[in-house]
Design a protein around this ligand. Structure first.
Ligand code: SAM
Length: 198
């Protein structure tokens, strides 16, 4: 199992217009592209992947949304499709526990720290100045892998402190600062190559 957490610092926490994902929806476009990069293959889905979005924008933060690749339906590889599933989840009255809004998509109240505690795995934090991913062993961890990425704002000091309170390592996918969804594609490719012994 590969889990991805992407933090959306401005991402709307009530239903939003699908016509302004970067603006009024608080850079929801970034999160939607991350969902697609994490889950989609050509004509298939990565069923061993879960994507967690941390929505921290107004007016009702924080909320968590989960896309489970093993169960998700009605998701196609465009931003609007992922956005409409997020919006549908936000129509639910979020509780302190996960509630499914559509097959494979769930929502709950909660912050990044709550999610990290719930998943209870070693964190691989993606950051530009981290250790080069090339040569890293992605051994068969019984719990699977947990990756954390930021949006256009990166991670705050507080979020980094939360990570520091858990087992973690900081990893870079390359020498330049990239979009989070591009990092996810590169990350998948590195792990695919290891898993296929290339
Ligand atoms: C657009 S970048 C964030 C840039 C932001 N201005 C900052 O200063 O942190 C979005 C996220 O992608 C990830 N990222 C970008 N480039 C990376 C790289 N070369 N290696 C690892 N992660 C990277 C990080 O998680 C980052 O928070």
């Amino acid at each position: 199992m590969k889990d991805f957490i992407i933090i959306g610092h401005k991402a709307a926490t009530v239903p939003f217009s699908l016509n302004d994902l970067p603006g009024a929806a608080g850079r929801m476009d970034i999160l939607c592209r991350c969902v697609n990069a994490a889950l989609f293959l050509s004509h298939d889905l990565r069923r061993d992947v879960r994507v967690y979005l941390v929505l921290k924008g107004e007016p009702a933060p924080p909320k968590l949304i989960c896309f489970n690749g093993a169960e998700v339906r009605y998701l196609s590889p465009d931003e609007r499709s992922a956005a409409s599933l997020i919006r549908k989840a936000l129509e639910k009255n979020a509780q302190d526990f996960w509630t499914e809004s559509m097959p494979g998509v769930s929502i709950r109240k909660g912050d990044f720290g709550d999610l990290i505690c719930e998943l209870n795995k070693k964190i691989i934090y993606l950051r530009e100045d981290g250790k080069d991913i090339r040569g890293k062993e992605f051994g068969a961890s019984p719990d699977g892998l947990l990756f954390v990425l930021g949006d256009h704002m990166g991670l705050t000091e507080d979020e980094e402190k939360t990570i520091e309170g858990h087992g973690h390592e900081i990893v870079s996918v390359g020498p330049l600062s990239l979009h989070a969804d591009h990092c996810i594609v590169l990350l998948h490719n590195e792990i695919d190559r290891i898993e296929k012994h290339i």
